[in-house]
Design a protein around this ligand. Structure first.
Ligand SMILES: *[C@@H]1O[C@H](CO)[C@@H](O)[C@H](O)[C@H]1NC(C)=O
Ligand SMILES: *[C@@H]1O[C@H](CO)[C@@H](O)[C@H](O)[C@H]1NC(C)=O
Ligand SMILES: *[C@@H]1O[C@H](CO)[C@@H](O)[C@H](O)[C@H]1NC(C)=O
Ligand SMILES: *[C@@H]1O[C@H](CO)[C@@H](O)[C@H](O)[C@H]1NC(C)=O
Ligand SMILES: *[C@@H]1O[C@H](CO)[C@@H](O)[C@H](O)[C@H]1NC(C)=O
Ligand SMILES: *[C@@H]1O[C@H](CO)[C@@H](O)[C@H](O)[C@H]1NC(C)=O
Length: 482
């Protein structure tokens, strides 16, 4: 009995020892993907040493640390690694670290990318990434981060950060202090989408509701705040520092009323903004002044709001507007004809899911074809009427959802709408422009030849022609926008 007990203990010890010796040897080079000195080191559970093959050029090592079940990541964790200066990218995969302590990753001073996405991080302490003086891209997406202390993204005191891209999307951030971004003078892209930001706090001036100060010295070009919970007024001051911004996504907040100054003149400093997304809010109306100064904006997404009418003159300063998206609002009519006349660059209006009568949309398409017939070839401009979703199982015109049961239950309403639409209702025409769309020219050229040959044209083939125009133009637009 005693004998077998001893044997068992011995076996257990041996097993433990075997495990330990494995644990010290838990890093390896992924030989399958290695190209000379561009290779990946994978460490599981603990970070240890790995062979350092001799290099003919500056090594580029991707270091993957996975399955570490510690709760706190501290500097000691990477104490035994012997390839630190070779690491250009460090990636954390399936770890349980809840807290990243100060200087945790300090040895990897040449790392340019830190991808800590998809872990379980809750707290990033001040100077967690201290010493990473070359870090350009920090990805903390898909963690459980709630707050960001002001020094959490800093690599050194009194030193300008090298960060260019910071991804904090899909966390639980509800409270951001401006100081967290203040010294990121090189930041160009900031992803804060899918958090729970209600307001943004400006420590310096003690004022709430302001992004002012965050990006003051920055060259930021891209901010994605999609799907947060911002209720604050966005004012001109809010966006003051964002002179170089080209992409601003404010969709999915709780902005509702534009009548109380919110949004009036808000965007006027954003002289190079190309895309503004305020989709999925609760906007009810658009004020004159809302889009003031947006001279460079090419794509404006106002879809999924509660807008009941739009006087297209609110867009009068948007002279570069190419694509207006107003799907899923409460619009009963929309004057595309007038919009085209004030938007020289317009090529797409997306309008599905509004209670606009289907026959109005049919009429518009017919108008487009007819005016195509009448215009001289070299002044042609095509404006496409479309929708973000193509819906064929409900009332639709070429997939553009239209009409509304409610719309017809009051005769006076219908009459009113009809007389209105006769003057200014939904209609599409071909405006005068020097921009010649190549695809349209080819199709029209072909059509002219066809017309010369065959004389009269049947309306069905007109429709076909319009269809093929749409196709060639969508492709063309796709290229433009990409
Ligand atoms: C961050 O990582 C996620 C995957 O976890 C990826 O989808 C996302 O594109 C990355 N962000 C950036 C800015 O590269
Ligand atoms: C936001 O966080 C800071 C500290 O990170 C705290 O001092 C402040 O009270 C918080 N504000 C709110 C409204 O929670
Ligand atoms: C905006 O961009 C220009 C040119 O790229 C640059 O000179 C200027 O410093 C930038 N502005 C800010 C606030 O970074
Ligand atoms: C948005 O913020 C409000 C408080 O202002 C809160 O009651 C609500 O639950 C938040 N919504 C989400 C989706 O977190
Ligand atoms: C605007 O944001 C919504 C979701 O929030 C998205 O579905 C849509 O594609 C965005 N629009 C553009 C033009 O990027
Ligand atoms: C249509 O009728 C319903 C029920 O009678 C009413 O609630 C709705 O407001 C009406 N719609 C219009 C546009 O008048």
């Amino acid at each position: 009995m005693a004998h077998s007990f001893v044997t068992m203990n011995l076996l257990l010890y041996m097993a433990a020892f075997w495990h330990l010796s494995l644990a010290t040897n838990n890093c390896y080079i992924d030989e399958d993907t290695r190209v000379d000195c561009r290779y990946t080191i994978i460490c599981e559970q603990y970070a240890g040493s790995a062979p350092n093959p001799s290099c003919s050029f500056d090594p580029y090592v991707t270091f993957i640390i996975k399955n570490s079940y510690l709760e706190y990541l501290t500097a000691g964790f990477f104490g035994a690694t012997n390839f630190d200066s070779r690491v250009r990218k460090i990636q954390a995969v399936d770890n349980t670290w809840a807290q990243i302590e100060e200087s945790s990753i300090r040895y990897f001073t040449k790392a340019e990318i830190a991808d800590f996405s998809n872990n379980r991080i809750q707290h990033v302490k001040n100077y967690a990434f201290k010493n990473l003086l070359s870090l350009k891209n920090l990805n903390l997406s898909r963690n459980f981060i709630q707050t960001l202390p002001s020094g959490s993204l800093m690599a050194a005191e009194n030193r300008i950060s090298s960060l260019i891209v910071v991804d904090l999307s899909y966390n639980r951030i509800s409270n951001i202090t401006t100081n967290a971004f203040k010294y990121l003078s090189n930041l160009m892209e900031l992803y804060l989408n899918y958090n729970n930001i209600i307001f943004i706090e400006d420590n310096e001036f003690g004022s709430l509701n302001s992004l002012d100060g965050i990006f003051k010295h920055s060259s930021i070009a891209f901010i994605n705040l999609q799907n947060n919970n911002i209720t604050a007024k966005i004012t001109e001051n809010t966006l003051k520092g964002l002179e170089n911004i080209t992409f601003l996504d404010l969709s999915g907040q709780r902005f509702n009323d534009l009548t109380e100054n919110a949004f009036s003149g808000t965007f006027q400093k954003l002289k190079v903004l190309k895309l503004l997304n305020v989709s999925s809010n609760s906007l009810k109306n658009l004020r004159f002044g809302t889009f003031r100064g947006l001279n460079a904006v090419e794509v404006l997404d106002l879809s999924r709001n509660a807008i009941t009418e739009i006087d297209v003159h609110v867009f009068h300063e948007c002279i570069a507007l190419k694509r207006l998206v107003i799907d899923y609002n409460q619009l009963k009519s929309f004057n595309i004809e007038q919009l085209i006349s004030i938007s020289p660059a317009l090529d797409t209006v997306s309008i599905g899911g509004n209670p606009i009568e289907c026959k109005e949309i049919v009429r518009s398409i017919r108008n487009l074809i007819d005016s195509n017939m009448q215009k001289a070839l070299d002044t042609i401009r095509i404006v496409q009427v479309t929708s973000v979703d193509k819906i064929y199982h409900e009332d639709n015109v070429h997939g553009i959802k239209c009409g509304d049961a409610d719309y017809t239950n009051s005769t006076t309403k219908v009459q009113e709408a009809e007389s209105q639409s006769n003057i200014s209702g939904l209609s599409v025409f071909v405006g005068i422009s020097v921009t010649i769309l190549v695809g349209a020219l080819i199709v029209l050229g072909a059509y002219l030849i066809y017309k010369l040959k065959s004389g009269n044209m049947h309306s069905e083939s007109r429709l076909q022609m319009r269809h093929s125009m749409d196709t060639s133009i969508s492709d063309f637009q796709g290229n433009l926008l990409n």
